[in-house]
Design a protein around this ligand. Structure first.
Ligand code: ADP
Ligand code: MG
Length: 489
């Protein structure tokens, strides 16, 4: 009884509700995180590039001033020194001026003045001029490093010749950007927390409402099950639920038909079984009512009672046969059977009855047939058909039984020169207890169960039966059965 924790979780995950909740919730959170990181990244990139281009502009202006004041030769210019300090202060950074000998002639930090700098970036800038200028963002340590060449355009004849006299190296702190980023980050996280709570609530509501229609269907079906109603189930009009409801209602209809036919069957059976008993009682009562009954009358009545007992017996036997056929196809007792031999045995048993009415039975076998069938059940089916052909035939009539086969099926045609079946009865002859002419058939004798037994037996073999009849001229039943029996499991 006790569920392990694992089972408990497995059970929870079986719930559609839980799954919908998880999907909605995870989707919400993941999109939140993606939006967060995209916004943060793009803000950082944009802020860095704005800062870089600002500083770069300042550097270009300053580089021009350096040339104008010939600063590379003489670093004493107060104007320039002030400008350099201002740039350094403004962006909380460090400015270094390097001449073409790679020696640092000015450092706003005053640490490295006079020293030689060996840096790839500076060398590249010296060599390549503007195209060698770089700007590098170091997000880890929070600064941007930039170089700008200090270029002297010669004013002589060879116009447009540019000489790189030195390099300005600037590094600026990006603290302010980082501060803004962290403020932004904090604000975003707050908003995201609220959004996550909203998504959580939304996921619960969504999962609840999306599955709710199915709860309503279950409730409706339970009502039917409990027997409060037998009306078709109705429910919410979603496409998916409609499919479930339609399927269920069809099933309900089928079951109702089945139930109705079962009820009808039971009432028919009771009626059919009662009829002979009623007759017997009437006969016996009238014997008892008279005193000193003449022995001829007595014998006469008793023979009528015996007839009724025979009839009762026949009905019970047919019912038992029918119940046997109602079982599943797996109950078939399949063996390889010589169909011609089987048919001959049946005809041999029925010929004496046919002879009484001077009916001729002809068997025509077009080829040798062996088939995988249940011999007892198939014999019963064919026997019922031939019996009918005799019973519903005319005096001096004929019956022709034709056996044939192709590579898949064998067929048995049972033709007779009998009274035929009216067109509007053809659809009903396989129904249990159905007889075309109740009053006439009664003197012929029969239960109305024969053809339904026959049909069941043939369907169990996955075969088919069909009938052709002309009223007053004769009837042909055609049975078609697979030569090889195939189970479906
Ligand atoms: N070969 C046939 N010719 C004419 N009518 C037939 C033939 N076979 C069956 N029928 C009709 O179909 C009815 C049902 O047949 P069946 O189920 O065998 O019941 P039963 O023979 O006991 O009456 C018969 O009562 C009869 O009216
Ligand atoms: Mg019959």
């Amino acid at each position: 009884m006790s569920l392990s924790i694992k089972d408990y979780f497995i059970n929870i995950f079986k719930s559609l509700r839980v799954r919908i909740f998880i999907i909605v919730f995870i989707t919400g959170i993941v999109s939140c995180l993606v939006v967060h990181s995209v916004i943060m990244d793009s803000y950082e990139n944009r802020a860095v590039s704005v800062r870089t281009s600002e500083v770069q502009t300042q550097m270009n202006i300053l580089a021009n001033h350096l040339i104008t004041y010939n600063y590379l030769a003489d670093t004493s210019s107060e104007v320039i020194n002030a400008e350099l300090d201002m740039l350094a202060n403004l962006y909380d950074g460090r400015v270094m001026i390097i001449n073409d000998d790679l020696s640092i002639i000015k450092d706003t930090y005053e640490i490295s003045t006079g020293k030689t700098i060996i840096s790839e970036e500076v060398v590249a800038c010296l060599k390549q001029g503007t195209s060698g200028a770089i700007s590098k963002y170091d997000s880890q340590n929070g600064y941007i490093e930039m170089t700008t060449p200090i270029i002297q355009s010669s004013t002589e004849e060879e116009a447009e010749k540019e000489i790189v006299k030195g390099v300005m190296l600037v590094s600026v702190a990006t603290d302010t950007i980082n501060t803004t980023l962290s403020i932004l980050n904090r604000r975003a996280v707050t908003i995201e927390l609220i959004v996550v709570i909203l998504i959580f609530i939304f996921a619960i509501v969504a999962s609840y409402y999306m599955v709710k229609p199915f709860d309503r269907i279950t409730a409706a079906i339970n009502d039917v099950k409990a027997g409060y109603t037998d009306k078709p189930v109705t429910g919410p009009n979603y496409l998916e639920t409609e499919h479930v409801i339609n399927a269920f209602n069809q099933l309900l209809k089928q079951m109702k038909v089945l139930d109705d036919s079962r009820q009808e069957f039971v009432s028919n059976v009771s009626h059919e079984l009662k009829t002979p008993i009623t007759s017997m009682k009437v006969l016996a009562d009238s014997l008892l009512a008279q005193e000193d009954v003449p022995s001829e009358v007595y014998r006469d009545f008793m023979s009528d009672i015996v007839d009724e007992i025979d009839r009762e017996d026949k009905i019970i036997n047919d019912l038992l046969a029918l119940v046997k056929m109602d079982k599943k196809a797996t109950d078939l007792n399949i063996s390889v059977v010589d169909v011609e031999q089987m048919t001959e045995i049946i005809l041999k048993r029925l010929r004496p009855i046919a002879r009484k009415r001077n009916i001729e039975i002809i068997l025509e076998s077009k080829r040798k047939i062996t088939a995988e069938i249940d011999e007892v059940k198939m014999s019963l089916a064919i026997m019922n058909l031939v019996e009918n052909a005799i019973k519903y035939n005319k005096e001096n009539g004929w019956i022709k039984v034709v056996l044939d086969a192709d590579h898949q099926f064998f067929t048995i045609d049972i033709m007779d020169s009998g009274i035929g079946i009216p067109e509007d009865s053809i659809a009903h002859i396989y129904e249990r207890f159905y007889r075309v002419d109740k009053s006439r058939s009664r003197e012929i004798g029969g239960t109305g169960l024969g053809l339904s037994i026959t049909r069941s037996a043939i369907l169990m073999h996955r075969g088919s039966i069909k009938v052709d009849s002309v009223l007053g001229e004769g009837t042909t039943f055609t049975v078609k059965v697979p030569l090889i029996y195939v189970t479906n499991n």
